[in-house]
Write a protein that binds this ligand. Structure first.
Ligand code: FES
Ligand SMILES: [Fe+2]
Length: 412
């Protein structure tokens, strides 16, 4: 049962610049609150629209106990529905991905159109009104090919996000891509630890040898920790991107989202073992491979990298207070040919290794937090994005329990 007073007390305990009180990571009751306060109210990344390219293509996911189906309708639109039959509630689509001309419930074969309307319900009486029993819709927004869904009755406004990220992402033309590889890993850790781990690179030097061949660990163009070479690198790359008309400065996303273009190490153009291209066919109309990476994060469940030659989407969905599914998709140009333009192993090896390392880090973090000795610990300056995330999360929980926390702090 969700105890709103207790959540208010825990929010009031939260200290500025510190990790969260233990219960937020390990308590099943708090997890239940997370689902209600965050995952049933916010826009969630579901997939790239290229995964449901043709009418009838569908993809399923679960938001807490809510099975959802996202599909391409006959008119080419992207729609999402609760994947729960209006007869007696059976889950309808069971596969993770598929293609169907109509959605047929496996239980008693009620048949739904791709617009969610109930087409046929066999053996029901003559006065049965099929119009009353269409699938319950879920809100959908497609932004630069990225499909976001929202289970709330009245979703939050996405206009700022759309306007903020589009100039960075649109040149990479995500809607002209295809999935080269996808992978879901289950991490034995609370979803917030998975996000926190992603929001800082303090841990990179000690844990990500493959990633650091190419990735610059500084998250801000004027990071005071950055050596003189980093400033020179930034100056050289940003002059080049300015000439190409590609935005790179941090977008004004507040705590809701972050979007920035940052360079790879000098000489590197992609997330590969040697920094060379991962795909010979560049995305969109690009002719220049050295575009660094647009790093885009949107709370609560999505981070991405947009490179010259491929796109990485990461989707986080909680399975319980101590289990989280992390799905990674590697997208390449829709005309790129495997074995000619790209090799799966070269394209994926850096992030498969990095994901495994991050999973281990989140898992041991979770295990340590369960200790009776755990107390919230201080964020390092380079962990400023954790403060953003904690503030964002606390804001959602405050709105849910109806009590402002006294420890909200200014953004960076
Ligand atoms: S539950 Fe779907 S047809 Fe009966
Ligand atoms: Fe990491």
């Amino acid at each position: 049962m969700i105890d709103r007073d207790r959540i208010s007390r825990l929010l009031a305990e939260r200290r500025e610049g510190f990790s969260l009180p233990q219960a937020f990571y390990v308590d099943p009751a708090l997890h239940e609150a997370d689902l209600k306060a965050v995952f049933e109210t916010e826009w969630l990344f579901a997939c790239n629209s290229c995964e449901i390219k043709r009418p009838g293509d569908y993809l399923t996911l679960a938001v807490g106990d809510n099975p959802i189906v996202v599909l391409r309708d006959r008119d080419g639109g992207v729609r999402a529905f609760h994947n729960s039959c209006r007869h007696r509630g059976s889950r309808i689509c069971g596969k993770e991905k598929g293609r169907a001309t109509r959605l047929v419930c496996p239980y008693h074969q009620w048949v739904y159109e791709l617009d969610g309307s109930l087409l046929n319900a066999r053996q029901m009486p003559d006065d049965f009104d099929r119009g009353e029993y269409g699938l319950h819709p879920v809100h959908v927004e497609v932004i630069c090919g990225m499909v976001y869904i929202c289970l709330a009755q009245s979703p939050p406004d996405l206009a700022r996000f759309r306007a903020g990220v589009t100039p960075y992402i649109a040149p990479h033309m995500p809607d002209r891509t295809k999935v080269a590889f996808e992978m879901t890993i289950i991490e034995e850790a609370n979803w917030k630890l998975v996000i926190e781990n992603n929001r800082e690179c303090y841990h990179c030097a000690g844990n990500h040898p493959e990633l650091l061949v190419t990735l610059v660990e500084f998250a801000l163009p004027d990071d005071p920790r950055g050596p003189a070479q980093f400033k020179q690198l930034m100056d050289a790359k940003t002059a080049k991107w300015d000439a190409l008309g590609l935005p790179h400065k941090p977008a004004d996303g507040g705590e809701e989202f972050r979007c920035i273009r940052l360079p790879f190490h000098e000489g590197a153009v992609s997330f590969t073992g040697d920094g060379g291209p991962a795909c010979r066919k560049l995305l969109g109309d690009f002719t220049e491979p050295d575009l660094g990476s647009v790093r885009m994060f949107r709370a609560p469940n999505n981070w991405n990298h947009f490179l010259s030659d491929h796109i990485l989407h990461f989707r986080v969905l909680p399975l319980g207070q101590d289990r989280t599914a992390v799905r990674t998709t590697w997208l390449v140009h829709e005309d790129a040919v495997e074995g000619v333009d790209y090799e799966i192993e070269r394209l994926t090896e850096v992030w498969i290794a990095t994901n495994a390392q991050d999973a281990e880090l989140a898992e041991v973090n979770h295990r340590g937090i369960r200790s009776m000795a755990y107390r919230p610990g201080p964020y390092a300056p380079s962990e400023f994005m954790l403060t953003h995330f904690a503030n964002w999360y606390a804001g959602k929980m405050e709105a849910f329990v109806g009590a402002p926390s006294p420890v909200r702090i200014a953004a960076e």
